[in-house]
Design a protein around this ligand. Structure first.
Ligand code: NAD
Length: 350
């Protein structure tokens, strides 16, 4: 797991230590300026507590930016629990974590992240109500966030394509890297829109089945990023855009669901230098957190849809500002999110 330095100091770091329950980790509250610090619980193998803390700090900061950008009435936080080495009682561990969340009195709201499941959220919920990502209930927002993430990316891609190519996505070629929960749904939306698709997935059978369903072409995972296309959509793992990949891109626009697409911050400049429009990842992939947040905030599906559809114009606005000011889209996205962290009331009424 990559551990990067953070740009700012979090409000609070809470050490989680309950040897009896096997609980060992951290909750990091980066910012509560917009509301309760919201962000998932990562359950992962870390060699040392310091590595878990560094990861939690980096991820919590990222949540502040994502939640502020999406104009949710939430701050940013994250928890990281070190996976015990031997046998352990998973339910007891997450119940103990729920007690720790409850002790914060609502300053932190948890949900799923890498390594945690709906069952873990239910265990947490036995001790606190400050948890989302639970079993879906009919008529309420919640449940699988992937369709909302895919819709947000699709809206962002349509808006960015209009700026970059001056028209709709119909007839353009989109290369989708990773056709899992989000990438697969995105590909279906693009097919309905009339885009031509090139698909790649490490799971070859998954990619072939979808390509057959949608009449798409297939590419290998090694060639997809450099394929001749208009749009490259990274929807697999983070770090898809490194120096070599950026140098080989033929697309004029990058817009996808994956988190942390830029392998290093300098890649934003590298993309701009090649006149490739980059739709910032945390701006375009916020549909999932919007849906998870709605469950906690008691919002309806219509409210979720409204927030997700706003991702399109928001992305266009960032790209236009970047162009007008000679800045990278990442720099503008960060600046806009930081402004919303400082002045939450402006964002609320916007
Ligand atoms: P997923 O696991 O369902 O899908 C990922 C797909 O990528 C899988 O089919 C996998 O086989 C494939 N893959 C892995 N490595 C690959 C490679 N090198 N080349 C091509 N394909 C590869 O995950 P997901 O939920 O669809 O999420 C995709 C990305 O979007 C992740 O980076 C995730 O963090 C991010 N994201 C997801 C959501 C959400 O709502 N699920 C929200 C925000 C961000």
């Amino acid at each position: 797991m990559v551990v990067a330095a953070t740009r700012s100091v979090p409000e609070e770091c809470i050490r989680l230590e309950d040897p009896k329950a096997g609980l060992d980790g951290y909750i990091v509250i980066h910012s509560t300026a917009r509301g309760p610090a919201a962000g998932g619980c990562r359950f992962w193998t870390y060699d040392a507590p310091e590595a878990a803390l560094a990861d939690a700090m980096r991820l919590a900061e990222g949540m502040s930016y994502k939640n502020a950008s999406a104009e949710l009435p939430l701050g940013g936080g994250k928890s990281v629990i070190r996976r015990p080495a031997g046998d352990f009682d998973r339910k007891a561990l997450f119940e103990a974590f729920g007690e720790a969340v409850e002790r914060l009195g609502g300053r932190y709201v948890t949900a799923e992240d890498v390594g945690t499941t709906i069952a873990d959220m239910e265990a947490i919920a036995t001790n606190t109500r400050h948890v989302a990502g639970r079993t879906a209930r009919p008529g309420f927002a919640g449940g699988d966030p992937s369709p909302w993430t895919a819709l947000g990316v699709f809206e962002a891609m349509k808006a960015a394509a209009k700026l970059r190519f001056g028209g709709s996505l119909a007839g353009t070629t989109v290369a989708v890297q990773g056709v899992g929960s989000v990438g697969g749904r995105l590909a279906r939306l693009l097919a309905e829109e009339g885009a031509k698709l090139v698909l790649a997935d490490i799971d070859g059978a998954r990619a072939s089945a979808l390509a057959e369903e949608l009449g798409a072409q297939l590419a290998s995972i090694d060639t997809i990023a450099g394929i001749a296309c208009d749009v490259f959509a990274p929807c697999a793992l983070g770090g898809a855009l490194d120096g070599a990949t950026v140098a080989g891109l033929k697309a004029g626009l990058v817009c996808g669901a994956a988190n942390n697409q830029l392998a290093t911050p300098e890649m934003a400049q590298a993309l701009a230098a090649r006149s490739i429009l980059y739709a910032p990842d945390y701006v375009v992939n916020a549909g999932g957190i919007i849906n998870v947040a709605a469950e906690y905030l008691g919002e309806s599906e219509d409210q979720v849809r409204g927030r997700v559809l706003a991702i399109g114009p928001r992305t266009a606005g960032i790209l236009e500002m970047a162009e007008a000011e000679g800045l990278t889209s990442s720099a503008v996205a960060d600046r806009e999110a930081e402004a919303k962290m400082r002045r939450p009331e402006v964002a609320e009424t916007a």
